[in-house]
Design a protein around this ligand. Sequence first.
Ligand code: AHR
Length: 322
Amino acid sequence: MKKVISLLVFVLLLSGVFAVAVSAADDLIVVGYSQVGAESDWRTANTESFKSTFTEENGYKLIFDDAMQKPENQIKAIRNFIQQEVDYIVLAPIVETGWETVLGEAKAAGIPVILSDRMIKVTDDSLYVAWVGGNFIKEGHNAIEWLDNYLKENGRDNEDINIVLLQGTIGSSAQIGRTQGVEELLADRPKYHLLAKQTGEFTQAKGQEVMESFLKSYPDIDVVIAENDDMGYGAMEAIRAAGKVPGKDIIMISYDAGRRAFEAILKGDLNATIECNPLHGPRVAEIIQKLEKGEPVEKIQYVDEGVFDIKNAAEVLPTRAY
Ligand code: AHR
């Protein structure tokens, strides 16, 4: 009899523990994050920012999906999130177009969608509740304005300058905005000549490959603008292999401003990096917390971003989180 009673007590205790665990899990806010891929240092830092923010200790369950740079994988991921009845969907869209149908499905299921990093092009902006990211057109302007100052300071502002542009993933708002920003300012500067532009898909390997072909076609390149740091590192390899010195024979400008870029500036391989901040996890969490409390959120939230070169790199590098 004694044995039966202890067994009963044990079972009751166990089910109590189980019930507490279930109710704790029920309290978590479930967030599905559809990430672009793992193509760059920036992307790795962005993933880390989400994983370290959306933890159980912070009250979340994160369902993370890596789309491996394929928009169709993002559509599948969003449909899976809807099936799993997540509380929020966070989307870092690979490209701007093609979102109406699937985001309409999320809306019909009553799941708020928050866009992070890149933008989408939709006629109905009620398909997302908020967007947080960088101002890509301004980033494009920043590169040319930095170049103006650099050439002036080096007594080269009356020279004709040949530029090549390594673009990001075609159709992504980071590529569209940066290219547009660069080209807008080039239109006012007849001494700057854009010799060629081509995608390096935001990867170091592809950046190197495209730069090799640019160097073969154009022996007189003065400036490389790489739409992210990783393609810039690839371009540096190609330039060295062609017997030239990046940062000296060819002015190098890239985007993102990760730690490696600061190190390259201090080594003299890179002349400037235009910031694009990847630490969106806490920013998205703030939006979710407001929505949870029924508070209004700002629909479009730009992040402040800087420009770094040899004048400020040494000071900023020790504080750089990514
Ligand atoms: O959308 C932001 C861009 O995507 C970053 O510049 C790039 O490194 C990343 O892959």
